[in-house]
Write a protein that binds this ligand. Structure first.
Ligand SMILES: NC(=O)c1ccc[n+]([C@@H]2O[C@H](COP(=O)([O-])OP(=O)(O)OC[C@H]3O[C@@H](n4cnc5c(N)ncnc54)[C@H](OP(=O)(O)O)[C@@H]3O)[C@@H](O)[C@H]2O)c1
Length: 241
């Protein structure tokens, strides 16, 4: 089987759905992960109608059984995975400044954005190792950049969401450490900052389209051999840590 296989988590809407569409257009068979299978199936149906190879897969990144089942299905149907895009994430309701955030809210952010992402990655890694030149893309954000958030002149310094920002900073470290671990294996691991895009999360008045945001991730998902690994990149290139 020559068609490359990609799994995108949280692909039922927003940037994830656009990543699925653009990977479909690039010739991938795309597995559109969705915690609600009906929502995933609706998105997949729309993309199939546009002419792309897309299948919905039930995948709640916080549910170990769901993650295991998705990995089992990919193993049984395809025997490998060429691209993993860890896109699913939340800004938990009640996310707030360090002085005010409630512990449960902070935990919820890490549950989905970090523990979920690592769990999915661990489950998919044996399949990624079976691909010729697999790529892993973790969705990050400028709000995870110490340099940008640490600049008092930057608008990013005024966005008081410890749960989201700190969990995404952890995602950056996961990205660097996995890239180091897999260096020389042919698997490239990078993080993508889509920029502020108009979605449920980004706000519908955001300056960028989901298509623009998705393109950053797709570029990293389709890197040639010898491409960068262990970086966080935005549209214009490498982002400062
Ligand atoms: N939009 C922006 O401005 C922006 C900026 C920087 C970075 N990002 C990053 O880009 C990625 C996509 O963001 P977006 O704006 O497209 O967000 P979105 O519209 O809120 O979509 C998030 C997706 O994640 C899914 N999800 C949430 N919890 C999940 C779980 N436990 N298991 C599986 N899926 C889950 C959602 O599923 P449901 O529909 O079931 O809730 C949805 O499909 C995120 O990683 C985000 O942090 C976005």
């Amino acid at each position: 089987m020559n068609t490359k296989i990609a799994l995108v988590t949280g692909a039922n809407k927003g940037i994830g759905k656009e990543i699925a569409r653009q990977l479909g257009a690039a010739g991938f068979t795309v597995l559109a992960g969705s915690r609600d299978l009906a929502r995933g199936a609706a998105a997949a149906k729309e993309l199939v109608a546009e002419g792309y190879e897309v299948e919905a897969v039930q995948l709640d990144v916080t549910d170990e059984a769901s993650v295991r089942a998705a990995a089992g299905r990919i193993e049984a149907e395809y025997g490998r995975l060429d691209v993993l895009v860890n896109n699913a994430a939340i800004i938990p309701p009640g996310d707030d400044a360090v002085s005010r955030i409630e512990g449960d809210v902070l935990r919820e952010a890490f549950e989905v954005n970090v523990f979920g992402l690592v769990g999915v990655t661990q489950a998919m890694l044996p399949l990624l190792r079976k691909a010729e030149q697999a790529r892993v893309v973790n969705m990050s954000t400028s709000l995870a950049s110490f340099e940008l958030v640490g600049d008092p002149e930057s608008p990013f310094s005024t966005m008081l969401m410890l749960g989201y920002n700190a969990s995404k900073a952890a995602v950056n470290m996961v990205t660097v450490m996995l890239a180091n671990e897999l260096r020389g294996s042919g698997i490239l691991v990078n993080a993508a900052d889509p920029g502020n895009c108009a979605t449920d999360m980004g706000g519908w008045d955001a300056p960028r389209t989901p298509e623009q945001g998705a393109a950053v991730a797709v570029r990293l998902a389709t890197l040639d051999a010898g491409g960068p690994t262990g970086e966080v990149q935005a549209e214009e290139g490498r982002l400062p840590w």
